[in-house]
Design a protein around this ligand. Structure first.
Ligand code: COA
Length: 322
């Protein structure tokens, strides 16, 4: 059987750091409130002119270096993003051009904060069927550009960044299973209403920012992360105590802690980076993964569980032998 193995990880966070204290100057909030309710301490904000593909490329190059591959080895590129450089072509095609490679399939996946897990699911299936051998899978977001900086209910929650992995076909176990779901009935609980709408006026500019019912999203996220974990473990006949590392979507420390509790996992087995970069949507899982791989917590042979949840709602998981 052919598996997809994570051969390299990479990440990028913009240089500019905005701490909770900095936000106190521009809106009625406090460092204490943000830390207590979310676990977030700071976020990174892209510089003027810095794009989704700039960040994605930096993360990709790190992952390629760890995997010890040249760009010419890549035969599939998938980018999870809700903040692409352009409506089209896809950010994946822009990455392909910037890597100087030609011909392999390259496309974006829009599944909000579940974008990376969705991309991993598709890349894994491409590798398993033999359609690809070396996939570059990225999550990259400039959420600061769709954040309403006058809405304290959302502005404190989001940040910019990118994470990437190189997946390689292997006889050794790697991705054991992926699971993805959506339920569009929750569209209005978390959305950016901007789009082409129904008129012929072209792209509407009003409503260009994230709007969210935080309480409802919170409740749904906790319940859904519990159910996706049960589905993943039961589907593979694996006991929750066998998991070495939970790498959940980094949105809110309270959601992450609730997910860990459902798995009976101590927080020592959960990778948490939300304090450092806030919610970076599809970039958050690969950012967290890269941190724990590079600091030596995650070791080869360990069992990892990724869990994602986002607008749509979308949700998903991946069980991986690293
Ligand atoms: N600073 C200070 N006070 C704030 C605030 C801020 N940044 N944002 C909201 N408040 C206030 C509210 O106005 C409210 O005040 P009131 O009691 O006078 O009306 C109070 O804090 C409590 O608000 P509430 O919304 O009930 O807080 P909460 O405990 O539910 O926390 C979130 C709010 C947004 C942190 C929480 O609901 C959440 O994390 N939701 C999930 C969001 C998420 O992760 N989305 C992405 C999923 S992919």
């Amino acid at each position: 059987m052919t598996y997809s193995r994570i051969a390299g990880t990479g990440a990028y966070l913009p240089e500019k750091v905005v701490a909770n204290k900095d936000l106190e100057k521009s809106m009625e909030t406090s460092d204490e409130w943000i830390r207590e309710r979310t676990g977030i301490c700071r976020r990174h904000i892209a510089a003027d002119g810095e794009t989704c593909s700039d960040m994605a490329l930096a993360a990709a190059r790190q992952a390629m270096e760890m995997a010890e591959i040249e760009a010419t080895a890549i035969d599939l590129i998938i980018v999870g993003t809700v903040t692409p450089d352009k409506l089209f072509p896809s950010t994946a095609c822009i990455i392909q051009r910037r890597l100087g490679i030609h011909g392999c399939p390259a496309f974006d996946i829009q599944a909000a904060c579940s974008g990376f897990v969705y991309a991993l699911d598709v890349a894994n299936r491409q590798i398993q069927t033999g359609a690809a051998t070396t996939a570059l899978v990225i999550g990259s977001e400039v959420l600061s550009r769709i954040t309403d900086w006058e809405d304290r209910g959302t502005a404190v929650l989001f940040g910019d960044g990118a994470g990437a992995v190189i997946l390689q076909a292997s006889d050794e176990q790697g991705i054991i299973s992926t699971h993805i779901h959506s339920d569009g009935q929750y569209e209005d609980l978390l959305h950016v209403p901007q789009g082409f709408g129904t008129s012929s006026d072209g792209l509407r500019t009003e409503g260009a920012f994230i709007q969210m019912d935080g309480n409802a999203v919170f409740r749904r996220a906790v319940a859904t992360l519990g159910s996706i974990a049960r589905e993943t473990l039961a589907g593979n006949g694996i006991d929750k105590h066998d998991i070495d590392w939970l790498i959940p979507h980094q949105a809110n420390l309270r959601i992450i802690s609730a997910a860990a509790k459902k798995l009976d996992l101590s927080m020592d087995h959960v990778v948490v980076t939300v304090d450092e970069h806030a919610n970076t949507s599809s970039a958050s899982i690969p950012l967290a993964l890269n941190t724990a791989v590079r600091d030596g917590r995650i070791q080869r042979g360990q069992l990892l569980l990724f869990e994602a949840f986002g607008a749509g709602f979308t949700w998903g998981s991946a069980l991986i032998r690293f």
